[in-house]
Every structure is written in structure tokens, then in C-alpha cells.
Write a protein that binds this ligand. Structure first.
Ligand SMILES: *Cc1c(COP(=O)(O)O)cnc(C)c1O
Ligand code: SF4
Length: 346
């Protein structure tokens, strides 16, 4: 067993252990855990400083997950409808998602694919081969985003099986992997893993971080290893109430990611997932965050703020309004600190 597998094995997934640790009611915790499984890696658990802090909220089951809400859905992105075979989501013209794993090191309480923790889809060799066949048969696909679950929960040779097969398809130009392991299980990024990954360039890795306290020396080391293998790193962050719905927190996170060689890519408005109402923020909060980034810090640290539209509408970017007035060809803009400037348009 490799060290990362040992860590996974030592993770907390027992109700009584968690209840004991944080003085919670085991009975109530059991009800939530029965609906949505949990697992917290020893490393991620060690980042919790206080009960209820930003790290805690992301990983410890909460009774509010059992509350429904009229706007919320099991599959808000309509992924099941866009799944021609079980492990592919093909919604855009030239790229698709390849769901290669149904496991995650830590189960984020706000996850968009929470439904899959309830009735975990088994991703076996047959499904993987079906996915590969689908990509091979669709010559319009030039970009495959391998996601899950977390693809890095697979063993190296199973990841390589998928990468090698996809790389051999002529029309597939780029490969991307989405993973949260550098944040929740940094020991997963071994020298052996990156030595294998670098054979499949152009390969991009997108990581997932939601709070500055997650960017630690351990996670920075994992990210550095990937970057040293020539893998361009991007990040996604979910805007979450009580975790990062604060411009100063978000700015610090973006700066820390950039310093760890990650180019922030997306900040997501929380999807309308059943059981995540307590994490929702209004769109105005996301716009406020964006306003506090642009101009105030490196442009490289400014990602796009997007909503993944319900029912499979796709991602759309949102920006604060910078245009104040349009008077014929005279446009008036405000800059990041609120001064107005005129621009003569053609
Ligand atoms: C997000 C997503 C992609 C990738 O989108 P990009 O904007 O290119 O990063 C592809 N397919 C699906 C179904 C997605 O949800
Ligand atoms: S790592 Fe991603 S897929 Fe896994 S639980 Fe967290 S948000 Fe969901």
C-alpha cells in the first residue's frame, strides 16, 4: 500500500469518531451520513482550527443537508441528460467531461455531484472503455476533461490506462484532469505519479481550493511537483457562505494560489444542489468579490466568476458593471477605485 492509500485508510468515516471529536450528536450525524456519505482525510482534519471554521464547514456533515428547498435539485446541471454513456457528459461542441472515478478523498458537503454519493455509480473497466470508445467515435472532441469524483483516487496504472487510450486518439488535442487531492490529500502527488503524467502532454491540471488556510506548505509542495513536470495548473473555487464569501478572504486565496504556481481559473456560483442551501450566497456577493480583485491585485490572480446554468445551460461569466453611461459614441466607465473616465467610441 502506498503512503497516500494508507492516509485514505486512516481517514475519518465513522460517525461515532466524528461525533466524539467535535461533541456532536451521533444520532443526528448518522441521519445525515446515511443520506450523504462523508470522509475526512487525516491531513484535512488537521487543518481544522476551530469547530465551525471554514475547513470544518466544508467537510463535517451538517443537519441542514437534509433540508430541501424548492429551487434545489439532485442534478442541477442536467448532467444525466447530457450523458450519452454513463461516464461522459457531452454538453459543449468541442469538449467533454470524462467521469473516471466515483470516489473522492474528502466528500465536500456542497458538492454538485452529491447525488452520486448516495447511489454511487460504479466506474468499472467496462464504463471506462465505453467512455474511451465514445471519444474515439466523436471527432469533434478535441479536449477531454477527466473528472469524477477525483481521478487521482485511482491507482497510477488505472489513470495511465485512461490517459494512454485518450492520447492515442488523433483528434484529442488536449487532456485536462480535475482533482482536489493537492488540497485534501497532498501526499497523493508522488514523484511516481508526476513522472507518469508528464508523458501525456499537453496535459492541464485544474485543482480545487476554497480557503487560504488550505494553501499550506504541504499543498504548495504537491502543486510544485505538478508544475515542475511542466503541467500548467488552474484552479476552481466555489463561492460558499461562511467559507469564502468575503472579498478579503477570496483575494488572499487567489494570491496564495498564484504564489503556489496556480493560475486561478474559475470562481463558481454555488450550484442549486439539494442539501446545500446553507452554502448559498446571492450573485451580488460574487460580483462584490470580483470587484475587490480586478485592479486591486495582479490580473493573473483574477479568475472568471461563472454560473453553471441550471438544466445544462452551460457556464456563463459574470462581471461587475464598469460601464456607467453611453451617450452616443461617448462611453463613461468607472475604474476599479470608482473614478469615472470617458472613452470616445467609434
Ligand atoms: C465545465 C465543463 C466543461 C469545461 O468547460 P470549460 O469552460 O472549457 O473549462 C466541459 N464540459 C462540461 C459538461 C462542463 O460542465
Ligand atoms: S472533490 Fe469535487 S467531486 Fe469530490 S466531493 Fe469535492 S467537489 Fe465533489
Amino acid at each position: 500500500m502506498e503512503k497516500w492509500q494508507m492516509s485514505l485508510w486512516k481517514s475519518v468515516c465513522d460517525v461515532d469518531e466524528l461525533a466524539d471529536r467535535f461533541q456532536l450528536s451521533a444520532e443526528r450525524l448518522r441521519a445525515v451520513a446515511a443520506a450523504f456519505q462523508f470522509r475526512i482525510t487525516p491531513y484535512y482534519l488537521s487543518l481544522i482550527q476551530n469547530k465551525g471554521d471554514a475547513i470544518y464547514r466544508q467537510c463535517v456533515p451538517d443537519e441542514r443537508e437534509l433540508e430541501g428547498h424548492e429551487d434545489l435539485m439532485d442534478d442541477p446541471l442536467g448532467e444525466e441528460r447530457h450523458a450519452p454513456v454513463p461516464c461522459i457528459v457531452h454538453r459543449y461542441p468541442d469538449r467533454c467531461l470524462f467521469l473516471a472515478s466515483n470516489q473522492c478523498a474528502m466528500y465536500c458537503r456542497f458538492c454538485t455531484r452529491k447525488r452520486k454519493f448516495r447511489t454511487p455509480m460504479c466506474v468499472d473497466r467496462k464504463h471506462i472503455d465505453e467512455g474511451i470508445e465514445y471519444v474515439r467515435a466523436h471527432s469533434e472532441i478535441r479536449d477531454v476533461l477527466i473528472s469524477g469524483g477525483d481521478p487521482f483516487l485511482l491507482e497510477d496504472d488505472r489513470i495511465e490506462y485512461v490517459l494512454r487510450a485518450l492520447r492515442a486518439i488523433r483528434h484529442v488535442e488536449i487532456l485536462r484532469i480535475g482533482t482536489r487531492t493537492p488540497c485534501v490529500l497532498p501526499e497523493r502527488i508522488t514523484g511516481k505519479l508526476v513522472a507518469m503524467l508528464k508523458k501525456y502532454h499537453p496535459l492541464y491540471v485544474n485543482v480545487h481550493f476554497n480557503h487560504p488556510d488550505e494553501v499550506t506548505p504541504q499543498s504548495a509542495k504537491a502543486l510544485g511537483r505538478l508544475a515542475d513536470a511542466g503541467i500548467p495548473l488552474g484552479s476552481q473555487t466555489v463561492l460558499l457562505k461562511g467559507v469564502n464569501d468575503d472579498p478579503a478572504v477570496m483575494r488572499l486565496l487567489m494570491q496564495k494560489l498564484l504564489a503556489a504556481r496556480v493560475r486561478p481559473y474559475y470562481i463558481f456560483q454555488t450550484d442549486l444542489v439539494y442539501g446545500t442551501e446553507h452554502f448559498r450566497t446571492p450573485v451580488s456577493k460574487g460580483l462584490e468579490v470580483m470587484d475587490a480583485l480586478r485592479g486591486w491585485t495582479s490580473g493573473l490572480a483574477v479568475p472568471q466568476y461563472v454560473i453553471d446554468l441550471p438544466h445544462g445551460g452551460g457556464k456563463i461569466p459574470l462581471l461587475p458593471e464598469y460601464k456607467c453611461k453611453a451617450d452616443g459614441s461617448k462611453l463613461t466607465f468607472r475604474n476599479y477605485c470608482g473614478e469615472t473616465y470617458e472613452y470616445p467610441d467609434m
